[in-house]
Design a protein around this ligand. Structure first.
Ligand code: GDP
Ligand code: MG
Length: 598
């Protein structure tokens, strides 16, 4: 199709505002997939995503649309991940587009990620088409939300599309507006090839499949190609388009969206944001903005049963095939034996990996409390980076510890102003500024240590604001902090997997809270178990788990054999997520206890 009849666009929205539902309706309306083929939410292809109702990976689909002016258009829809952990991926997907539909839920209004994604889209110079969704719901505040969007973007309220993606109301208007308002792609057909990789997946026959937007030039299946940032050369296995299944084509040209099957074995050689060019006539420079994804949150993952180690390793390797931002390396813990130190983009990313290991790979695992990466300046002047409290050198060797700080934005109804302020302050946050994106809503900007955000922050924000607040965050810088290691001893032995790094002012309070929490969580054993917390070499709190008086089975002597069996079964099940540390059994919950301290 000639470029004048191509439209490349994406949908940006806060989670649950209806991005996937709208995408599905458009696929149906354009006959890209028949109603019969219509699985719920085609663009969210992973089970877990569908269940969680979020889109994790960007994907792309080509639709042919017969517009009211009688001409047909090629619409390339690029789906973007909706969660804050994936904002780099979102920014790459946006670069592949000329326009964005900004979907806002009429019952919720503008949320933190609506704004965060909008700013990314404006940075990428996209034409924004606002759409108010869920007008079918009785609680929809359509006019109010239209007014808010007007204040934000200056678009007349009457001109803003009002739809129900679920009921299919006015979705045809969305397609017409895409054709009218979003410009066709530019790009020089005769220039050297520059194809932007905005996503990828692993295919066992074709290797890593790079999702690309051709910015300049053209590409044929016979061209020898090069990834400009990773310097990897490939002979493509196939090139094609998503319609919506992968369909091979003879050529992709400037303006086109499609795929290049690279034959590569790992996604780390084919990075989102990298530029593909030809070897015979390479582009002078790669496209701007390429970054290596940087893990921000780290945790140990251990098999409950030592013999599952190899299976866990294999599962992590498989997950990594499709997820270059997941990193891991072997780790040995005194308490938990052999496992892996894993790095994630954020907490949400970590939860996804944990759930997939448990559900898709059926593994029983223990995950330790998450940690951030610290910069530790030693007395010698040397700077080391650690992502596990167990790696922290002795205090006498340390000159300074620096920790990552974030810019945090929270949007909340003004009624919750006080409680949000209090929460952030309690977590060492610093208030920076406030704005009012809508009359009854306030946007608060803070600086806050990442370590405080990964400890149950989002859940507490939600519960304090009855679910009405939303948040977005991004990295600011590393700052020195008055930090110390809080250690836990069980039965006199330090348990490395229970150690955390905390602010010195909070060490005493946290140590006490942690010990009393652990006392609840560690089951009674056949002997007394002492639990102690120590900081800077001093014991700051202790408690005892009293020994069990009698064997629970003693009651059953001479009794009913089925009852005895049931008890044994129950004990066995209870063991599944327990770990032996020395001669003490510690349940999974204990390793996460630090997350749930008051
Ligand atoms: P996403 O996270 O932005 O992709 O949101 P989804 O498309 O997954 O939608 C989130 C939830 O809102 C789902 O339960 C949808 O069925 C529902 N939903 C989406 N659009 C509409 C709509 O127009 N009306 C109503 N009533 N519900 C909708
Ligand atoms: Mg979705």
């Amino acid at each position: 199709m000639d470029k004048e009849h191509i439209r490349n666009f994406c949908i940006i929205a806060h989670i649950d505002h209806g991005k996937s539902t709208l995408a599905d309706r458009m696929l149906q309306l354009t006959g890209t997939i028949s109603d019969r083929e219509m699985m719920d939410q085609v663009l969210d292809s992973m089970d877990l995503e569908r269940e969680k109702g979020v889109t994790i990976k960007a994907s792309a689909v080509r639709m042919i649309y017969q517009a009211k002016n009688g001409e047909s258009y090629e619409l390339n829809l690029i789906d973007t991940p909706g969660h804050v952990d994936f904002s780099y991926e979102v920014s790459r997907a946006l670069m592949a587009c000329e326009g964005a539909l900004l979907v806002v839920d009429a019952t919720q209004g503008i949320e933190a990620q609506t704004l965060a994604n909008l700013y990314l889209a404006l940075d990428a110079d996209l034409v924004i088409v606002p759409v108010i969704n869920k007008i079918d719901l009785p609680s929809a505040r359509v006019d109010e939300v239209a007014e808010d969007i007007h204040n934000l973007l200056g678009i007349e309220p009457e001109k803003i599309l009002r739809i129900s993606a679920k009921e299919g109301i006015n979705v045809d208007q969305v397609l017409e507006t895409v054709v009218k308002e979003i410009p066709p792609p530019k790009g020089d057909l005769d220039a050297p090839l520059q194809a932007l990789i905005f996503d990828s997946h692993y295919d066992s026959y074709k290797g890593v499949v790079a999702y690309v937007r051709v910015m300049d030039g053209k590409v044929n299946p016979t061209d020898m190609l090069r990834m400009m940032s990773t310097n990897v050369d490939i002979r493509p296995v196939e090139i094609g388009v998503f319609s919506p299944d992968m369909r091979p084509v003879k050529e992709l040209q400037a303006g086109d969206v499609g795929y290049i099957a690279t034959g590569l074995k790992t996604v780390s050689e084919c990075r989102v944001g990298d530029t593909i060019t030809t070897i015979v006539r390479p582009a002078e420079k790669p496209l701007p903005g390429f970054r290596h994804p940087k893990p921000m949150v780290f945790a140990g993952i251990y098999p409950v049963e030592g013999e599952d180690y190899e299976d866990l390793k294999e599962a992590l390797e498989k997950l990594q095939l499709n997820d270059a931002s997941l990193v891991f390396e072997p780790e040995k813990s005194q308490a938990l034996n052999f496992g892996f130190r894993c790095g994630f983009l954020g907490l949400f990313h970590m939860e996804i990996i944990q759930e997939r290991l448990e559900r898709e790979y059926d593994l029983d695992i223990v995950v330790t409390a998450p940690s951030v990466e610290y910069e530790v300046v030693l007395n010698s002047g040397e700077v080391i980076r650690i992502d596990s409290p167990a790696q922290l050198p002795d205090e006498s060797q340390i000159a300074e510890i620096r920790e990552p700080w974030m810019i945090l934005q929270i949007i909340t109804p003004v009624d919750y102003y006080g409680t949000v302020m209090e929460l952030v302050k309690k977590r060492r946050g610093i208030f920076k500024e406030q704005e009012y994106p809508a009359p009854t809503r306030v946007q608060l900007t803070f600086e806050i240590p990442l370590s405080e955000l990964i400890v149950d922050f989002f859940d507490e924000l939600k519960s304090r604001t009855r679910g009405y607040a939303s948040m977005d965050y991004h990295f600011a810088d590393y700052r020195p902090g008055n930090l110390t290691k809080l250690e836990v001893l069980v039965g006199g032995e330090p348990v490395d997997a229970l150690a955390t790094i905390v602010h010195r002012d909070n060490a005493y309070h946290k140590g006490q809270a942690l010990v009393s929490k652990l006392k609840e969580l560690i089951p009674r054993q056949l002997f007394d178990v002492a639990i102690q917390a120590s900081a800077s070499g001093r014991i700051i709190s202790r408690a005892n788990v009293k020994a069990l008086r009698k064997d629970v089975l003693a009651k059953c002597y001479g009794g009913d054999i089925t009852r005895k069996k049931k008890l044994l079964e129950k004990q066995k099940r209870g063991k599944r997520r327990m770990k032996m540390v020395g001669n003490v059994e510690i349940p999974q919950e204990a390793f996460m206890a630090i997350l749930r301290l008051e």
